[in-house]
Design a protein around this ligand. Structure first.
Ligand code: RBF
Length: 158
């Protein structure tokens, strides 16, 4: 996930849609929980800050990032859900099958978005180590959960 050159939270305020009646679903992986909880907190606070109602945000947990796709599918098939935000953290140094997990999740999330024709956002950190993940979960590179939420909002204004 590029961080130094691009921050997906940047926007022109007058271009954002009214999300006060939009329904969001967050699916959060429990693996690397310290990180994914911080991503979830960032996503929630951004949705609320830009007008979403707490009662219109559902949060579901899956064991690991590999399960995000199926969790996203279960949420996306609910016609009342406008956008799904997937949050996870895969750390390369600690995960021999890093590439398999990352590729599967990236493809899977894209497939769900296309199948249900709604935003399904890839908010999965894929880092070399825990420090890089911390830097992107509320540290010096911001909070990618926040950016994932902003991406969902922007897509709803497409
Ligand atoms: N899930 C993650 O979300 N992040 C990880 O870094 C991660 N590392 C894993 C390392 C190993 C050796 C295994 C077996 C699983 C890992 N998982 C990780 C869990 C994975 O996403 C999934 O939950 C399990 O493989 C069960 O399908």
């Amino acid at each position: 996930m590029a961080t130094a050159n691009k921050n997906l939270s940047e926007h022109k305020a007058n271009q954002l849609p009214d999300i006060s009646y939009k329904k969001f679903a967050l699916v959060i992986a429990e693996w690397n929980e310290e990180i994914t909880q911080a991503l979830g907190t960032g996503a929630m606070s951004t949705l609320i800050r830009y007008g979403a109602r707490k009662e219109n945000i559902v949060i579901k947990y899956v064991p690991g990032s590999y399960e995000l796709t199926l969790g996203a599918q279960w949420l996306a098939q609910d016609t009342s859900v406008d956008a799904v935000i997937c949050l996870g953290c895969v750390i390369q140094g600690e995960t021999p099958h890093f590439d398999y997990i990352c590729q599967s999740v990236a493809q899977g999330i894209k497939d769900v978005a296309l199948k249900y024709n709604k935003p399904v956002i890839f908010g999965v950190l894929t880092t070399l180590n825990l420090i890089q993940a911390q830097e992107r979960a509320g540290g010096k590179h911001g909070n990618k959960g926040d950016e994932a939420a902003m991406t969902a909002i922007k897509m709803l204004g497409f």
